[in-house]
Ligand binder design. Structure first.
Ligand SMILES: Nc1ncnc2c1ncn2[C@@H]1O[C@H](COP(=O)(O)OP(=O)(O)OP(=O)(O)O)[C@@H](O)[C@H]1O
Ligand SMILES: [Mg+2]
Ligand SMILES: [Zn+2]
Length: 533
């Protein structure tokens, strides 16, 4: 079976690990002197050698023929550890075993001394994913560990590890891999694999990988399939738009609000076994690039690492999108990545995020139009003055909408016809809902300023002052994201009844009225009558 190059070339001894001498030397010295710690915490960005070093360390402390602090790789213990069949070295991925029960199992098992080795070693990868209860259970074991027990915790997100845990560990910070070191290692791997990698090709891969060795080796892998000779040109072809066109397809679909297109590209990638978590990370990187181009057009070139042809395409995307939208999309993607690492079905999480990303655009476009008119009305009201305004009489009729259907929409569990206004209870957490909602859908959230919400049974009634809320709400994606936020904050699914106290059509004709008045009073207006599409 084909084994990805980065797996095949995972270093097996500390001496093979590059760019982390400050760590590997210390660990080797500890092993040689037999003074190892009970618990280690390895942190640092992706693909810098945390898992690799955890495995080497676990072998080295148990290997009976340890050589200069490295595992011998020849004894039964080293070999079985490598195959993953050694029961005394246990690897747990906290991303999928993050519950308190998992840690309790671990605690129960930890009572038994090692079967064959001197130490029983738990490697807990992605430890920041543990739940609070699981952290507490872990803390209990770490407080008084039996002498034969050791922990190696690894994480990319150290700030999410409770201080109580971190303070019980020896901490090691893994650095990004230096470009020279990376190029050298790539050249070595290429030689071993009989690949024709030129120095400029190696240098370019190292530059693009941005400190992560896994990405570098994966890119080498990818290039080796596409080209006979791997030089700067072929690397750039593989890594650039040609190799990553799908990313731009998605980004462009998002910027055009083309949900079907975004979903279709994703489905194709999924069928081609693309890791969606990785895809999400790639999108985050590109979205960050777009953000930098917008925020700092003059220096972005030096801040971001991408191919020249990519830069042009990113710039075109940047031109189309307001910075605020870029940032909220970035936030949404980051949240999605976070959720994906916990989710059973990563694809669903990713697709939900895509729908939101696309929906956002429609919402914001529409919102800009509508709220502009709304603002102008306010402006005009002020200019004309209250007396002459004879402002639009409050319109009696309310416009309403119910959340557009979806298969898992709840049905009202109350009789809406028999409902009295006294049955509706004010929703105390509405402010919280709006705060959350602003994060994922700022455009619609802003149309909910000064809104009121009350609940009766599983129905939530939202009354907005801004008449355009209802039209925005009629767009399915907006309704869905609002429904989800309500679910997240209130902990229950609700049927949403949206209403606005003013009819937008009448509001519009009121606007025309105002414009006429303004013209009659010779006040210059920015609203012209044809603007009302
Ligand atoms: N310091 C290093 N020296 C040599 N190769 C490395 C180094 N770090 C990573 N690699 C390469 O990258 C691959 C992944 O490394 P590893 O799993 O140790 O990363 P990690 O730091 O645990 O990343 P993550 O946070 O994504 O789990 C390895 O199989 C190896 O090919
Ligand atoms: Mg790892
Ligand atoms: Zn050994």
């Amino acid at each position: 079976m084909y084994k990805a190059l980065y797996r095949k070339w995972r270093p097996l001894t500390f001496d093979d690990v590059i760019s982390q001498q400050h760590i590997t030397e210390t660990l080797k010295n500890q092993i040689k002197s037999g003074k190892t710690a009970h618990a280690y915490l390895f942190t640092g960005s992706r693909g810098t050698g945390k898992t690799t070093c955890a495995r080497i360390l676990a072998k080295a402390v148990n290997c009976p023929n340890m050589k200069d602090g490295n595992p011998c790789l020849e004894c039964d213990i080293c070999r079985e550890a490598e195959e993953g069949s050694l029961t005394d070295i246990i690897e747990l991925d906290a991303a999928s075993n993050n519950g308190v029960d998992d840690v309790r199992d671990l605690r129960d098992a930890a009572v038994y001394s090692p079967e064959r080795c001197q130490y029983k070693i738990y490697i807990i990868d992605e430890v920041h994913m543990l739940s609070n209860a699981a952290f507490n259970a872990l803390l209990k074991i770490m407080e008084e560990p039996p002498p034969y027990l050791k922990f190696i915790l690894a994480t990319t997100e150290i700030h999410k590890v409770p201080a109580t845990i971190a303070s019980r560990c020896q901490r090691y910070d893994f650095r990004r891999i230096r470009q020279e070191d990376m190029a050298e290692r790539l050249t070595y791997i290429a030689q071993q694999e009989s690949l024709d990698l030129t120095p400029d090709g190696a240098a370019l891969i190292a530059k693009l990988a941005d400190g992560g060795m896994r990405d570098a080796v994966s890119l080498l892998d990818q290039c080796s399939v596409c080209a006979e000779q791997i030089n700067a040109e072929t690397v750039s072809a593989t890594a650039g738009i040609a190799g990553r066109g799908y990313l731009y397809d998605i980004l462009e679909a998002v910027s055009e609000g083309d949900t079907p297109k975004a979903l279709e590209v994703t489905a194709q990638l999924y069928d081609m076994s693309k890791d969606l978590m990785r895809l999400c990370e790639e999108l985050i990187l590109q979205m960050r690039n777009i953000m930098l181009i917008k925020a700092s057009p003059d220096t972005a070139g030096s801040l971001i690492s991408c191919m020249p042809d990519e830069f042009d395409r990113l710039r075109a995307l940047a031109e189309k999108t307001p910075l605020e939208d870029v940032m909220s999309r970035l936030e949404l993607l980051q949240e999605c990545r976070e959720r994906m690492s916990r989710a059973m079905n990563k694809r669903v999480e990713f697709e939900m995020a895509l729908i939101r990303l696309c929906g956002n655009v429609k919402a914001s476009v529409q919102n800009v139009d509508n709220s502009e008119i709304f603002d102008k009305i306010k402006q005009l009201e002020g200019m004309i003055g209250k007396a002459s305004a004879a402002a639009p009489a409050p319109v009696e009729k309310v416009v309403t909408a119910t959340s557009p259907g979806g298969s898992d929409q709840p049905v009202p569990n109350i009789d809406l016809h028999a409902l009295k206004s006294s049955d509706v209870k004010t929703c105390e957490q509405w402010g919280e809902v709006l705060e959350e909602f602003r994060k994922i859908n700022p455009a619609v959230a802003s149309s909910l300023e000064e809104s009121y919400a009350g609940t009766a049974g599983n129905v939530i009634f939202i009354t907005a002052k801004n008449p355009f809320f209802v039209s925005l709400f009629k767009i399915k994606e907006n309704a869905l994201s609002l429904g989800e936020t309500i679910y997240k904050v209130l902990g229950q699914k609700y049927v949403i009844k949206a209403r606005s106290t003013v009819n937008p059509e009448k509001q519009r004709s009121a606007a025309e009225e105002l414009v006429k008045k303004a013209i009659n009073s010779s006040i210059e207006t920015a609203v012209d009558n044809n603007n009302d599409q």
